[in-house]
Ligand binder design. Structure first.
Ligand SMILES: Nc1nc2c(c(=O)[nH]1)N[C@H]1C(S)=C(S)[C@@H](COP(=O)(O)OP(=O)(O)OC[C@H]3O[C@@H](n4cnc5c(=O)[nH]c(N)nc54)[C@H](O)[C@@H]3O)O[C@H]1N2
Ligand SMILES: Nc1nc2c(c(=O)[nH]1)N[C@H]1C(S)=C(S)[C@@H](COP(=O)(O)OP(=O)(O)OC[C@H]3O[C@@H](n4cnc5c(=O)[nH]c(N)nc54)[C@H](O)[C@@H]3O)O[C@H]1N2
Ligand code: SF4
Ligand SMILES: [Mo]
Length: 670
């Protein structure tokens, strides 16, 4: 007999789709979209439709294993859970006894976005007193910079865009990374709206746009501030909104007027004419919606880009809550207290903190050294910057590495102890979208395969085996979910959903509120923010740390960006493309200078690493810019992986990664 159960996509994707799993004999035979969901409306992406292959395919890790080959070689032997627990507890106790708990560090991120399972390790890590990590790898520059201007005011509901007359996709490849938003764009366009895409290369979204502006990577503050300067000169701003709902505008305006327009042109790579045209378009359109991506923040000026764009939006009054007008970076639909998931009260003292994007440095140069690494929900060998250094660290014989995974990822190959993880279809959790205004609760759909256990069960059990008797470690999943939901203010009347067993969807009260977030919260958009003396007080022009680095410009004349590809979700599903190292887009002028022909394997290199990819010679990219889509797994040591070329430097706000700011050169391979 077949049954159909509701569930939610757990991947790190703004769409958080509601799904229907068809189950027969404890096997998921198909996954499809759930048409009851108000935002995702019955559609899911192709990569997730194939998820049942991962759930019960050949690649699945089903039992605990120990390494028998060299680190990275990927040879393991099966053991039982009793032995696995013993090795795990003894391994951690040995390090703690000899070097103290700070010699152990976790590495975890968002393989599973379920709120319980995502943060399941934190109570344990806090109690252990190990080195803490700052989870910076994705969005800190974006969220930090948004807050500098908007404070606690969140993003606009994406549905508003359906009523817009102009939608600006700024540093986001909607059709690939936020595909459900596309249907709102399409609806608006049917009613006559225009779509403008601002991106360094002609993405799939740009190809479908009415207008495309090829900004220089890292040049968005130049562009946004240049436009703002023109609009100030032309007096075409929303003066009422500026007067009533913002502060500091005069100081920013004085700065902008002191900077020659050429500077904005030089940074953005776009001329006065383009800026004037865009300024005209923004001033004329009554209903403009900015969809801002995280893409434009993955560089050394990323925070500044967001500050400049939100300043432009505020000066245009796009935050006034009128129909068809809005700004969306993250929805921020549901707050909630992270302490209910992470339990920082278990901390004694102040263990050191490591920025996760410095994993390479931490494993090779930390003083005192790291001797134990616990990885779950993440694949750092593929996703972390400076991959060659990360692998050098992982290869250390004196490092005890524990990896909890679903499949044999490049990171898993370096494990000393490899533990099998459930998938979202085998555990229970609550999912809070960052791209729309709905929250979903999903129950287990099938029994766990083999001897797999969830992140939550792993850390609850480990804590007890380590002798920790704090009540937190006795919580059930339901208790953890409930204790978190109780801290969320955006649930209707503060109520918990009655039946949160059977895959329900709950809307944030913020999603239905009309009017301005600023009016509702009684705050102002801040053009000037002096709170952090380390940051410029307002949006301004900055040089790029790697792109404009004088030593690197001549040695590595090409700029590299590394955006996502539709078939992978970060590095998840890499097992489907084991033999592929991906492509690199290169402009015909750059290709010709280097004797590179379309389809040939090329080496992309800098002083950090050297990787191989297949060249696609195309005018979709700009001269001087190469684009490598997708975090493919490393095929061989020689072929390398894309993050071998990316630095461990930080973005201007929050300490985020520079995935879209590396200097490289490209060489034809004979
Ligand atoms: N299919 C698929 N979907 C995904 C993901 C995936 O890997 N695959 N990843 C998920 C995750 S974790 C996240 S955080 C989101 C990220 O999704 P997005 O917010 O879309 O961010 P990115 O994909 O990093 O980059 C988006 C676009 O920004 C462009 N870009 C790069 N540098 C600049 C710049 O300086 N200025 C401007 N204007 N544009 C720039 C890139 O070329 C790219 O087209 O997507 C999620 N969705
Ligand atoms: N070059 C480059 N690098 C990037 C980016 C980029 O655009 N370019 N994007 C960055 C961004 S935005 C992000 S968010 C990070 C993402 O970095 P990660 O969060 O590490 O993302 P994934 O590559 O998806 O790896 C997640 C892993 O978790 C595993 N997993 C899934 N569910 C579970 C579970 O329930 N339990 C356990 N134990 N494991 C599970 C999956 O099998 C997968 O191997 O990558 C960053 N790296
Ligand atoms: S990856 Fe994104 S688009 Fe695909 S099913 Fe999951 S939430 Fe939906
Ligand atoms: Mo991300």
């Amino acid at each position: 007999m077949q049954t159909v159960k509701k569930t939610v996509c757990p991947l790190d994707c703004p769409d958080s789709c509601a799904m229907l799993a068809t189950v027969k004999d404890n096997r998921v035979v198909s996954l499809a979209g759930d048409s009851d969901h108000p935002y995702t409306r019955g559609v899911i992406c192709r990569k997730m439709r194939r998820f049942p292959e991962r759930l019960s395919g050949q690649e699945r890790l089903l039992y605990p294993q120990v390494r028998v080959g060299a680190k990275g070689e990927g040879r393991f032997a099966r053991i039982g859970w009793d032995e696995a627990w013993q090795r795990l507890v003894e391994g951690l106790q040995h390090i703690t006894a000899n070097h103290g708990p700070e010699a152990i560090m976790p590495f975890c991120y968002a393989g599973n976005m379920g709120m319980v399972n995502r943060f399941a390790g934190f109570p344990f890590f806090h109690r252990l007193g190990c080195t803490r990590i700052r989870q910076t790898i994705c969005s800190v520059a974006a969220s930090g910079a948004w807050k500098l201007g908007c404070g606690s005011v969140g993003g606009s509901p994406p549905e508003i865009a359906a009523e817009s007359s102009l939608i600006v996709a700024w540093g986001i490849n909607i059709r690939v990374t936020n595909m459900h938003f596309w249907s709102y764009v399409s609806r608006a366009r049917k009613a006559g709206a225009k779509l403008l895409v601002i991106d360094p290369y002609r993405t799939d979204t740009a190809r479908h746009a009415d207008e495309y502006l090829p900004v220089k990577p890292g040049g968005d503050s130049g562009l946004a501030l240049g436009i703002l300067r023109i609009l100030i000169e032309q007096k075409r701003l929303d003066q009422q909104f500026i007067d009533e709902q913002t502060s500091g505008f005069r100081r920013l305006a004085d700065y902008l007027q002191s900077v020659p327009l050429e500077y904005f042109e030089e940074q953005s790579g776009l001329g006065r004419r383009d800026m004037e045209r865009l300024a005209g378009l923004l001033a004329e359109q009554p209903r403009t919606f900015f969809r801002i991506g995280v893409g434009l923040t993955r560089n050394s000026r990323g925070g500044m880009a967001v500050r400049a764009i939100t300043a432009l939006a505020a000066a245009l009054g796009l935050y006034d809550g009128q129909p068809g007008r809005g700004v969306l970076l993250f929805s921020g639909a549901f707050g909630g207290d992270p302490a209910a998931l992470q339990h920082p009260e278990l901390l004694r003292g102040e263990p050191r903190t490591v920025n996760m994007i410095h994993l390479g440095r931490a494993l090779t140069a930390a003083a005192p050294p790291i001797h134990g690494l616990i990885v779950y929900n993440a694949n750092p060998a593929s996703v972390a910057p400076d991959g060659t250094t990360v692998r050098r660290g992982l290869a250390r014989d004196d490092l005890f590495t524990v990896v909890h995974e679903q499949v044999m990822t490049p990171t898993a190959r370096y494990a000393d102890l490899l533990l099998p993880a459930t998938t979202f279809l085998e555990n229970r959790d609550v999912y809070r979208s960052y791209g729309h205004f709905f929250l979903g609760i999903a129950d287990q759909v099938v029994q766990p395969a083999g001897e797999t256990i969830s992140n939550f069960d792993l850390f609850q059990t480990l804590a007890r085996k380590m002798g920790y008797d704090d009540p937190v470690f006795k919580q059930s999943v339901d208790e953890r979910i409930r204790s978190f939901l109780e801290t969320i203010d955006e649930l209707e009347g503060g109520a918990l959903p009655d039946d949160f067993r059977d895959g329900c969807t709950v809307e944030s009260v913020r999603g239905r509120q009309r009017g301005s977030g600023f009016t509702r919260t009684g705050t102002s958009y801040r053009f000037v923010n002096d709170d952090d003396p380390a940051l410029p007080p307002h949006a301004c022009l900055l040089a790029g740390s790697e792109f404009d680095h004088p030593d690197l410009v001549s040695r590595f004349p090409l700029q590299l960006i590394t955006p996502p590809i539709d078939r992978l979700l970060n590095s998840t599903f890499g097992e489907r493309y084991r033999q592929e190292s991906g492509t690199v887009l290169i402009h015909p002028l750059d290709a010709q200078q280097r004797g590179v022909v379309d389809g040939a394997t090329v080496a992309v290199h800098n002083f950090r690493g050297r990787i191989e990819r297949r060249a696609v010679v195309t005018e979709a990219t700009q001269p001087g810019l190469v684009v490598a889509e997708g975090i493919y797994w490393q095929v061989t040591e020689r072929a390398g992986a894309i993050n071998d070329l990316v630095s461990q430097q930080c973005s201007d706000v929050g300490g985020g990664a520079l995935f879209h700011e590396a200097r490289v050169d490209v060489e034809a391979m004979s």
